[in-house]
Design a protein around this ligand. Sequence first.
Ligand code: ADP
Length: 433
Amino acid sequence: MNDQDNKLKNYSVTSDLIKLILLIVAGLVIGHLFNQFLYSLIFSLSIFIIYILYTNYIFEKWLYNFKINKSSTYHQKHQNLVSKVNSDFKNHNIVQEKLLALEKRFEELSESMPDAIVVVNKNFETEWFNKAAVKILSLKEIDIGKPIAHMIRNPSFAGFIKKNKVGSSINFISPLKYDLTIKCFMVPYGEDRNLLTFRDVSESDQLDKMRRDFIANVSHELKTPLTVIFGYLETLSFSDDGYVDDDIISEMLKQSKRMDILISDLLKLTKLQSTDIPDKDFSQINLKTMANEIKTACKPEALKNKNNVTVLSDNDIFIKGSYEEIYSALINLLSNAIAYSGKNIQIEINYLARNENQVEFYIKDYGAGIPEESVDRLTERFYRIDKGRSREHGGTGLGLSIVKHIINRHDGKLEIESAINEGSKFTCVFPKT
Ligand code: ADP
C-alpha cells in the first residue's frame, strides 16, 4: 500500500467535520480576542477549503493510478468511479469463475489418476489427498492435518520422510496389505510444500524379485557342482601319474576358477540389490585407515605392474557404513586402476571434505584412460572395454556394477571422469557423518 492509499484509507467525513468545527471555534476565539470576527472566520474557512481541495487532489491522483480518466466535475468523477467499480466487480467474477473451473479440472484430473497423491506441508502434515489415496493408503478426511508418517506406519517410509530429500523415491511394503509394494516419489510443491505420489508397483516389484531370485538360485545351484569339480581338478593337478595332460588340467582349473568368481560376483550383486545393510554392520569408518589398507593389499599387484600408488591425505575423516562393503568397493577401484591404466603409472588415492554435507574418496590414475562413449556404460553389468584384458585380470565385468550398488546403498554416488591417454578418476561421494 503506498502513501496515497494510506491517506485515502485514513480519510473520514467525521474527521473532516470535526476539523471544520475546530477551525470555526478557533476563528471565533481569535476573532473575539482581536475583535475581528468576520476576518478570522473567513480565514478559518479558507484554510478548510484549501484542505478540501488538497484531499480532492490526492483522490484524483489515486483514481489516475487506477486508470480512471481525470474529469473536471464531481459528477463525472463519480460516474467514472461507479463504472470502474462495476467493471472490476465483473472482472473479479470472471476470474473467480475461471479459478473455480481450473480447480474443478485439477480435481477431476487428480481423481482420475491411478496413483495416490498427497500434498503435505513443511512439517509433513497432510493438507490434501485424492480419491486413490483413500484406496491405496486408506486415508480419511479426519487425517487432514495429521503427520503422514503417522498414517503410513512403515520404518522405511518414516526414514524417507525424515531425510526430506526432494526428487527422491522409495519402495516399501504397505502396512495394510503385505502383498502390496508401494513406490513413493517426493517432489516440491508450491513454496514450502511437498507432493507425494504413491504407486502400486507390486507387479513389477514381483517380476524384479523373481528375476533376482532366479539369478540367485541358478548361481547357488551352479556353485555346488562347480566346487566339487574344482576340488577333483586340484587333486588331479597335484598327482603325477602321467595319465592326464597338465596343460588341460591347468586350463580346466583356470576356467572353473573364473566360473567360481563369476558366480560369487552374481550372488554378491543379487544380495546388494535385494537386501538392506543390516544395522549391526554399520560402523564409523576412518577413510585414512581404509586408504592405507587397500594400498597395502594391492601392493603385490602394483609392484608387478611397476605402478606407484600414493595416499595424498593424512587426515582422519569418517563416514558411516558397512566396513566390509566399502572396503570391497574401494579395493575394486584400486585394483582396476592398477590392472587397466598400464605399466609404470602414477596412481593417487585421496579423500577430503567436498562441502558441508559430503566427503569424497577418489582413486586417480595417469594411465590409458577410457573412451568417452564407454564412460557412462562402465557400471552396466558385464560391460568391459577390452574383454581379453579383463579376463587376464580375472575380471567378470561385474566389478563396477557392484561398486555402484555399494556406494548407492550408502546414500552416496560414484562419479567417473576419464580421458584417453590422460587417465581416469573414480570418485565415491558419501554423506558426511
Ligand atoms: P572387470 O571385472 O572387467 O574389471 P569392471 O566392472 O570392474 O569389470 O570394469 C569394467 C571395465 O572398465 C573394465 O573391463 C576396464 O576395461 C574398464 N576400467 C575400469 N577401471 C579402469 C581404469 N582405471 N582405467 C581404464 N579402464 C578401466
